[in-house]
Design a protein around this ligand. Structure first.
Ligand SMILES: [Zn+2]
Length: 408
């Protein structure tokens, strides 16, 4: 079943209809809706996946927003499967610890399996996780976790039961919130006047510069830049006072906001200048991006098609959500990739949404010895290539698809 866009798209941040559509990734199933073998004969739902740029408030966003209950229930992504991510979380935790007092109350929104909060055992902590299966994993691991969505009601309930938070954390969540205005109001309710909230989310400048078009999928409603964020928080009487670029998810920004008083760091204006230099407030940057995405699609098909025609075998490495955007947009399917391997036991044995490529454990690489491996989880490429050294030593080759397809 293919769903259609509404006739007119409105900006979800400022309600403007002055929306410039710059990239259409085609009807796409939900990127984390992996399929069980027994459901392979059932039809999937395809949603429009188009990226827009609001010419009023400059927020980049997708036009069709899927009900979060459909998106996040029984969500399959569990953060602790990756070494790189654990390391990045540890760095985040150290940064945060340098900014808070010993007895602080820390609340993490969308705390997943508790990987980040595990770094704060000696503090007062609370996780909020809407996916019931993942909240259970966190609780079993000793992390106090509320299994619900974060909104104004949840914020009020937490204040009543536990008091106001000294620090609110949200990693890879800010871009997922369909109503940012309401979300910020909820954060304000929960946050102590001397506290701060910190969010880490993929950065639009990285997406644009490194051609990370595959990070566009239905869970990511917004593609964030600092300049429009400053204005949004200002509208809610909050100030974005510090920001740091990190390597998370192909390049992210970690931004700090408060309703109290904190010293405004120069790093904030530095990034605003960078965004002006990249012309992120103008149509042209997005038009260029879109034509580069098309070129990448052609080039990847050309490269993989030629290898396949010459009798080579190709497997995929990693079944991240973005891999499914890449496969569905470029049209690379099971006729090219024989299978995909992924370290998460939750994904092994399933099939990718849309292209329906089977997912195995990474053991399959040494057993089946494909000639080429297409790294779909390119943000973990270094880790993957390190772990699969034996494969490379026996003549195997890796292909990294972005910023443009290359064989390593
Ligand atoms: Zn807008």
């Amino acid at each position: 079943m293919i769903l259609k866009n509404k006739n007119e798209i409105e900006c979800r941040v400022c309600n403007s209809r002055n929306m410039f559509k710059f990239l259409s990734l085609g009807p796409t199933p939900l990127a984390n809706k992996f399929i069980k073998k027994e459901h392979l004969n059932e039809e999937e739902i395809y949603y429009p996946l188009d990226a827009y740029f609001c010419e009023e408030c400059f927020f980049v966003q997708i036009g069709y927003v899927v009900n979060p209950k459909v998106l996040f229930e029984n969500y399959i992504y569990v953060s602790s499967t990756s070494e790189t991510l654990k390391k990045q979380f540890k760095e985040f935790a150290d940064d945060l610890k340098s900014r808070i007092k010993k007895n602080s109350f820390i609340v993490e929104i969308a705390s997943n399996d508790g990987t980040l909060l595990k770094n704060f055992y000696s503090y007062k902590i609370l996780g909020i996780e809407p996916a019931s299966n993942i909240a259970k994993i966190a609780i079993a691991g000793g992390i106090p976790t509320l299994n619900r969505f974060f909104n104004i009601e949840t914020a009020k309930d937490i204040v009543k039961k536990y008091g106001k938070a000294d620090a609110i954390i949200g990693t890879n969540i800010f871009a997922h919130i369909s109503n940012l205005n309401e979300f910020i109001e909820a954060v304000k309710i929960l946050l102590d006047k001397d506290g701060f909230a910190v969010f880490e989310s993929p950065y639009l400048a990285d997406l644009m510069e490194k051609m990370e078009f595959d990070t566009i999928y239905h869970e990511h409603i917004y593609y964030l830049a600092i300049k429009p964020l400053i204005s949004l928080f200002k509208k809610h009487s909050m100030e974005l006072f510090d920001v740091k670029r990190t390597k998370m998810h192909g390049g992210s920004i970690r931004f700090y906001v408060t309703k109290g008083k904190f010293k405004k760091e120069k790093r904030v204006s530095d990034l605003v200048s960078l965004e002006e230099k990249l012309e992120l407030g103008k149509r042209k940057a997005y038009e260029d991006f879109s034509s580069k995405a098309l070129k990448l699609k052609v080039k990847l098909n050309d490269l993989l098609g030629k290898l396949k025609m010459s009798g080579k075998t190709i497997a995929g490495y990693g079944a991240p959500a973005k891999g499914n955007t890449l496969l569905n947009y470029t049209g690379v399917g099971n006729e090219i990739l024989d299978y995909i391997v992924d370290k998460s036991p939750l994904k092994q044995g399933l099939y990718t949404p849309g292209k329906r490529i089977p997912i195995f454990s990474p053991d399959a690489i040494l057993k089946k010895r494909p000639d080429y491996i297409l790294i779909l989880a390119w943000n973990f490429a270094d880790e993957i290539m390190r772990q699969e050294r034996a494969y490379k030593e026996k003549g195997g080759r890796f292909i990294i698809p972005i910023p443009e397809p290359k064989i390593i």
